[in-house]
Design a protein around this ligand. Structure first.
Ligand code: FPP
Length: 253
């Protein structure tokens, strides 16, 4: 884990995860090449990051590139990598101004050097952010993260494999903070209704919200509607009495 991820604890609040789906369809429907949808999707990222804190979101994890996305045409992958780099470089100052701490979770060993360099620079520059923890999932596979965490714990003879030790190892295995934080609300745009190997462990008790809106067209109002619906739900965590919608006290951010 990088030291920068350890510096600033983010105050407790909602953890929202988003599967940002529909960029390609949004572009194709307008006669545009798919990367144009991704570029427009990056603008949505900015809008959602800026709207999140006022909605009580303190941790926001965005699924930017799954480990299975390497199967896409080389040109699209290259365009996405350029976009990530441009976002990280171009957005860092704005993130700092807005008190956003940025972390990237996922494998780094398959990313090209300019991308990992941009990640490290953005993480170091924003490490002091206290308003929002923005976690971008790049080359991310939840099952791979779990396998790595389980391997790490089982190699450590002194540590029993428990939900706690595995949660801590999961945070360490893929970066982004200490223990893997539970997701309160999982949003998927683009009309599909599946998890696609995203935060499987962390979503154990997540409330799910599926939107037919394509990611480039998703707005702060849409996020507000999802959060508002979340607040209307009764969370029982397997018990009988409704729990407050804020993260339970035992849960660290
Ligand atoms: C899924 O839509 C989206 C992706 C694979 C990429 C997500 C990337 C962005 C939103 C770009 C900007 C991100 C950052 C962090 C700057 P899809 O292309 O699979 O859409 P489709 O299902 O309509 O084909």
């Amino acid at each position: 884990m990088r030291p920068s991820t350890l510096i600033t604890p983010i105050p407790p609040g909602l953890h929202v995860g988003i599967i940002m789906d529909g960029n390609g369809r949004w572009a194709v429907a307008r006669g545009l090449p798919r990367p144009a949808g991704h570029r427009r999707g990056a603008e949505t990222v900015r809008a959602i990051v800026e709207a999140a804190p006022d909605l009580g979101v303190r941790t926001l994890t965005l699924y930017a590139f799954s480990s299975d996305n390497w199967r896409r045409p080389e040109r699209e992958v290259a365009a996405l990598m350029r976009l990530f780099r441009a976002y990280l470089r171009g957005e860092t100052r704005r993130l700092m101004r807005n008190g956003v701490k940025l972390s990237v979770i996922g494998r780094r060993d398959r990313l090209e050097l300019p991308v990992t360099a941009a990640i490290e620079a953005a993480e170091a520059a924003t490490a002091g952010g206290t308003t929002l923890h923005l976690r971008l999932a790049i080359d991310y596979s939840s099952r791979d993260a779990l396998a790595r965490a389980a391997t790490a714990v089982s190699r450590d003879g002194g540590v029993a494999v428990t939900t706690d030790s595995l949660g801590v190892a999961l945070g360490a295995a893929y970066g982004g903070g200490a223990a893997a934080p539970d997701v309160d609300l999982l949003i998927r745009t683009g009309g599909e209704r599946r998890l696609s190997d995203f935060l499987l462990w962390e979503c154990a008790y997540a409330e799910l919200w599926f939107s037919d809106v394509m990611w480039p067209a998703f707005t702060a109002q849409d996020l507000g509607a999802a959060v508002s619906d979340f607040h209307s739900r009764e969370r029982r965590f397997g018990g009988l009495v409704a729990q407050p919608v804020q993260a339970p006290a035992a849960r660290a951010v």
